[in-house]
Design a protein. Sequence first.
Length: 379
Amino acid sequence: MPRSEREKPKASNIPTITSDSETTSWIKKSMATARNLLPIPARGKSRGTSSGVSMVSLSASSAMMILARWIEKRKPYWTRMESIVDLSAKKGIAALPYRELQELALLYRQLAADLAKVREDRSSRRLSDYLNQLLARAHNLIYMGQRASPRGILTFYGQTFPRVFRRTWDYTAMAAMLFAAGALVGFLTCLADPSFQRFFLGPAMADTIDHRRMWTHSILAVKPLAASGIMTNNLSVSFAAFAFGITGGLGTIYLLFTNGLLMGVISAACWQAGMSLELWEFVAPHGVLELPAVMIAGGAGLLLARGLLFPGSLPRRHALVLYGGQAARLILGIVPILVVAGLIEGFFSPSPFPAAAKFALAGSLGLLWVFYLTQRGRG
């Protein structure tokens, strides 16, 4: 039941119908057509013989009553739609709670059906104009974007993105589990069969690890170029994880699992070579930002797949708009994080700073990251 049926609705601009309104003509025409289709009692020449079917005659006042009842029945839904549209116009559609987004999609469909019914009669112009304007406002909110502005960008990263993340955190959790499953398989397979690391990593990297040398030292010689390449790679992986959601999530699942597999194999190879500390002091400073960001991108891909495969009560098109919009906001939200992670990976992670300093930075960034995702945009 819409909220407006439980609470007293606000004053609305819905046109009222009076006894002399021409908006009843579509009902009159409908009744006239119905009368022609009803059976007429059979009568002989000398006396009337009832056929058992009575003729129902509705007056203009009865038609008016039917129309008024229909409007009163539909009016709370229009009022509720108007209140949601007004709220979205002030705060932005992204600020709406998840349930109200679903309610907006449902009311949008119902309003379109009501407008089509009213438009069957051209004389119902006042009511038709009102519903048409309301539908147009809702359409603009659902299907059109907003102009970017400095204030809008700050609002997005300060409030909208953390809210969308908290609303969809379970998809990020599923992505993290897929990545962790791949890492576990890679780690255990490498321990059980050491030749697997050479097959998976390639001879050059496997030989580097066997000689207890970190392959990351080469980054120091070309820091700016390395940082640029790292950022580009991270963004490419994240956008691919999101875009592969259109495959029903199969591409996203594959990408998350194989990246986890790579992480597991490298971890096992470095552990066997006694280089675990060197590996994690390199990974920790940027990985504390980069890995969760990639998981969020994977969650965005799974969210897109959900709209495609499981639209629920919504039409598939509307489900894709709803879930795809949330997924796109998640992707936009992690772009600055991946840029910062790329800079850290290119300039700080491979540097000869003490391991304690690197782990301290990782811990600080991790706490800020968690606080931002869990606390920003509340209230």
